[in-house]
Design a protein around this ligand. Structure first.
Ligand code: NAD
Length: 541
């Protein structure tokens, strides 16, 4: 038995490759894109290391080219759900007892595989299945996935080294037990890295998971699962079960051994899961840990001292990269009257310049939104604004779904700071702007703080550093990730731990100790060397 006390050093973030035209990396990526486009895949459920082809299949489509399918996946049925629970509990016996450095080594090997051998595989699947351009797929599927894996090993070291003091007559220890039971992992469509981390954070701490991927990101998630297996993940530690959320949820949440839920997605779904758990409370062996990161209505607040070009460029990128389908995407902006004409002009200029289309054309900045339901939902919001006397479309406003679900980057100007599109999460390429009188900045900050139920990300642009600091204080609870002179998207693991407050989730900060700590249940052990032999207090002797 190797009894060394081991620490992982803080890693460096994974470098982002540029995929320049004519580079070897662009050629490699395009070769893999071509392979995935021409070799349809059949994705099974993977439970206890075994593949299950249930025969109940759903097509895997490309959002930007919905007629060309990438393959099919097999939906889990009731029968396999029982098998998945048993597999996760069986694997728990081995996995929870294994040295945590052995567990970490499997995660670190997965990181190396994604960094090298499978970089293009994961990127191409994220591009084709989730409609991300090269850059967006690289920073998500590759770099952030790797960063989560590597940084978590480092953060786990910090947790495991936390021990209480011992005196001459006693030895005190903390044992960081994994949770008793299995963790139900429910991942969203928009980040391959999140899907990976929702599993790997609890798994690193010794838990086993049952993983329900989003139906619109099955392709990249399946390849992740295969990489985890190649990295040495024992059978049953992660059980991959694509299928209908409500059917899966009902069975899994009814199980007495549900130890936790690790979720990222909409409020509606997280609230449903929480409600189901509370209805089943009496059944569980332990109180399940509920960790969920949910929606956002992320803002940019512009101070009159801000630079208009910096504001416009960062608003455009913050609102429209990945078609606004980032939980952190800017979707409402507060602009002083004095700066609006210049900012507006630059936004219009950029919107005329950017190209929209298929992910395989590197000149396209904008790709498609994820599916038809999403397309309709977003276009309904735009239609609402078009028909309202309180709103004007500044740029964009059109969609086209004949080949893919394309929506133009759309900026709406409203006269009502509580207009529907200033309040509700749209999750698409729509930014609404309210222009405030320069002399009513305090009122505007109050409105920004109280308009939406969410508290995920927010940014302020200001060249007046003292004013920026005052607004940052006033908006203390408006965002769990706050930016000064930067767009509110693009948090990096190890640098900006991510998560919001209010209706945006439990704020357990993915990519840090705060999150990992939720997946352990510490046991304190006190050993006394010379136990008492007389019941009396000293003064009674
Ligand atoms: P979603 O809620 O529709 O789906 C999330 C997952 O839940 C999917 O796997 C889905 O199939 C599953 N699901 C749905 N109903 C279920 C049920 N009854 N039981 C069990 N599982 C069920 O969300 P989405 O559309 O995939 O993602 C977009 C949402 O995610 C947005 O609201 C966005 O803000 C949020 N998001 C938040 C963060 C964050 O860190 N705060 C990050 C990414 C995405």
């Amino acid at each position: 038995m190797n009894n060394a006390i081991y620490n992982f050093n803080a890693p460096a973030n994974e470098p982002i490759l540029n995929y320049l035209k004519g580079s070897a990396e662009q050629a490699g990526l395009f070769k893999e894109l071509n392979r995935q486009l021409t070799e349809p895949v059949e994705v099974p459920c993977i439970i206890g290391g075994k593949e299950y082809f249930t025969g109940n299949t759903t097509d895997i489509i490309q959002p930007h080219n919905h007629r060309q399918k990438l393959g099919v996946y097999h939906n889990v049925t009731e029968k396999e759900l029982d098998i998945a629970v048993n597999a996760a509990l069986e694997a728990h016996k081995l996995w929870s007892d294994l040295s945590w450095t052995v567990r970490a080594s499997i995660l670190l090997k997965a990181a190396e595989l994604i960094s090298g051998k499978y970089r293009y595989l994961i990127s191409a699947a994220t591009m084709l299945g989730q409609s991300k351009n090269i850059y967006q797929a690289e920073i998500d599927g590759v770099c952030e996935t790797i960063d989560f894996l590597k940084f978590n090993a480092f953060f786990a070291s910090k947790i495991y080294e936390m021990q209480p003091g011992s005196t001459f007559n006693q030895l005190n220890k903390m044992e960081f037990r994994p949770l008793e039971g299995f963790v139900f992992t429910v991942s969203p469509f928009n980040f391959t890295a999140i899907a990976s981390n929702l599993n790997m954070a609890p798994v690193l701490m010794g838990n086993t998971t049952i993983w329900k991927p989003a139906s619109t990101s099955v392709l990249s998630n399946y390849y992740l699962m295969k990489v985890f297996m190649e990295a040495g993940m024992p059978d049953g530690v992660i059980n991959f079960i694509p299928g209908k959320g409500s059917t899966i949820g009902r069975r899994i949440l009814n199980d007495p051994m549900l130890a936790g839920i690790h979720f990222t997605g909409s409020n509606h779904t997280f609230n449903t899961l929480w409600r189901q758990v509370s209805e089943n409370l009496g059944k569980y062996r332990s109180y399940p840990r509920l960790v969920g990161e949910t929606g956002g209505k992320d803002f940019i607040f512009v101070h009159p001292s801000a630079d208009p070009l910096e504001v416009a460029v960062n608003a455009f990128r913050g609102a429209f990269e990945y078609q606004g389908q980032k939980c952190s995407a800017a979707s409402r902006m507060y602009v002083p009257e004095s700066l609006w004409p210049q900012i507006k002009e630059i936004l219009i200029e950029i919107s005329h310049e950017v190209r929209t289309g298929d992910v395989t054309d590197p000149d396209n900045f904008i790709n498609a939104v994820i599916d038809e339901a999403s397309y309709e939902n977003i276009m309904n919001y735009i239609g609402y604004a078009k028909n309202s006397p309180e709103a004007t479309i500044i740029c964009g406003g059109n969609g086209n779904r004949s080949e893919g679900y394309f929506i133009e980057p759309t900026v709406i100007e409203t006269t009502n700071p509580r207009f529907k599109t200033m309040e509700e999460e749209i999750f698409g390429p729509v930014l609404t702007v309210w222009v405030y009188p320069d002399n009513q900045i305090d009122e505007a900050v109050d409105i920004c703080d109280t308009t939406s139920p969410y508290g995920l990300t927010g940014a302020i642009f200001s060249r007046d550093r003292v004013a920026a600091s005052g607004i940052c204080e006033k908006l203390r609870y408006a965002a769990g990730n706050f930016y000064i002179n930067d767009k509110p998207t693009g948090a990096i693991v190890g640098l900006q731990p991510f998560g919001g407050s209010r209706a945006s989730g439990t704020n357990d900060k993915a990519g840090g100790e705060f999150n990992l700590i939720r997946w352990i249940s510490p046991r304190t052990i006190k050993e006394t060397f010379l136990p008492a032999t007389d019941y009396r207090y000293a003064y009674m002797l």
